[in-house]
Design a protein around this ligand. Structure first.
Ligand code: GMT
Length: 377
């Protein structure tokens, strides 16, 4: 198949999933065309059967807000025709599903048709899509997609509840990991000491938005550090990085909190972690939590959203009520001071990640979905 993929190319789970999916599809013989405003961050410079088409929004003094969604629709339309695409797969509904619908309407004018697959990732449904400015267009664009997928049961339920979609048949296809990449044994062991200097390493990876509750991470770490010699490694960047930095200073732990900034290849870092913290208040899936588990790192977070579908409480990690920083710290201390339990939990995390979220099995589900969309076209 010739497949067009559109995603947010910058740091974030939906772009990571879309890019890994495109790479896996190309490895399986498909031709994959990324259509977006920047080279996706997890896409290396060249791979066979993968092409990147940049969307140029242009500049004009009248445009205080340049219409990216229209430029994207035009580029999709061009790429579909020039490269004989069979299907468009858009990740994150806003504005990608809308742009795909516009492109398809333009194609239909010329007697072409193309199925649209929309994958819902999280805040496109739980936050942004429910904003009154976007609700109607999000509902419309989702309903006009030929196939809709969501990354968790939680997100599927939330989509139907929030949008009352009568025409939405939302299929759950979870995120996935390549066990060859997220494999603790295949990365140099020295990085643990490099990061921690002999102390335990707690880690968080995200784009530091309010929903990630980064203050809770630092507060948890401060309690842990009072009992267990440890460091906190914060990977990524975003608006709330300053909030975390300020909290670390306030609590007097800033010397032991390392902010590494945006790093594309996180597998070696996760392989050097002892615990992964993800106290988001509504994580639709938690790709980084899955990648941590595949790297034999127990996860500590909140028992909300789709995270309980990824982390099995008491088996692969510990989940607490939102805001229960003391509970997260207790769990972290208990695990970090009981090596046998920590090892058992790490092993269970790997087993669960591989048995439920292995790349080949999940990519095959997307292929079957594509085949169904094409058969109905
Ligand atoms: O929806 C978002 O907040 C953006 C998106 C991203 O690009 O980082 O994250 C979502 O998609 C990821 C990939 O499917 C999921 O693993 C994240 O849980 C989800 N984020 C949230 O729900 C907050």
């Amino acid at each position: 198949m010739n497949i067009g993929i559109t995603c947010y190319p910058t740091y974030g789970g939906s772009g990571a999933v879309a890019t890994e999916l495109g790479i896996a599809l190309a490895e399986r013989g498909h031709e994959v065309h990324f259509v977006t405003y920047k080279q996706p961050f997890r896409l290396p410079s060249f791979l066979p059967r993968i092409f990147f088409h940049e969307v140029d929004v242009g500049r004009y003094p009248l445009f205080e807000y340049p219409p990216y969604d229209l430029a994207l629709a035009v580029r999709m339309h061009e790429v579909v025709l020039a490269h004989k695409l069979d299907l468009l797969h858009v990740h994150y509904a806003i504005p990608h599903a809308t742009s795909a619908w516009i492109a398809r309407e333009m194609l239909r004018e010329n007697g072409h048709d193309i199925p649209i697959v929309t994958t819902l990732h999280g805040t496109d449904i739980t936050i942004v899509g429910q904003d009154p400015s976007f609700h109607a267009i999000t509902k419309f664009s989702i309903e006009r997609s030929d196939r809709i997928t969501a990354v968790s049961d939680f997100l599927r339920t939330e989509t139907i509840r929030a949008f009352g979609c009568t025409r939405c048949d939302v299929v759950v296809i979870p995120n996935f990991i390549d066990p060859a990449v997220f494999n603790r044994a295949s990365h140099p062991a020295g990085l643990h000491d490099e990061l921690g200097g002999g102390r335990k390493v707690l880690m968080h990876i995200s784009n530091f938005r309010a929903v990630k509750r980064v203050r809770d991470i630092v507060q948890t770490f401060a309690r842990v550090q009072a009992e267990v010699p440890s460091v906190l490694v914060m990977v990524g960047d975003g608006p709330d990085r300053v909030v975390a930095e300020e909290e670390a200073r306030t609590l007097g732990v800033d010397a032991d909190v390392r902010f590494l900034g945006k790093i594309d290849a996180v597998a070696p870092l996760l392989a050097a972690a002892d615990l992964f913290l993800i106290p988001t208040d509504r994580e639709s899936f938690g790709l980084s939590a899955l990648e941590a588990q595949a790297s034999a790192v127990p996860v500590i977070g909140y028992n909300v959203g789709g995270l309980p579908e990824v982390v099995e409480h008491g088996v692969t990690g510990m989940l607490h009520e939102v805001g229960d920083v003391a509970g997260m710290a207790r769990s972290a201390i208990a695990l970090l001071t009981d090596d046998a339990r920590w090892r058992a939990m790490g092993a269970a995390a790997v087993a669960r990640a591989v048995s439920r979220f292995e790349q080949n099995a999940i990519v095959a589900r997307y292929e079957a979905l594509y085949a169904g969309a094409l058969a109905n076209a």
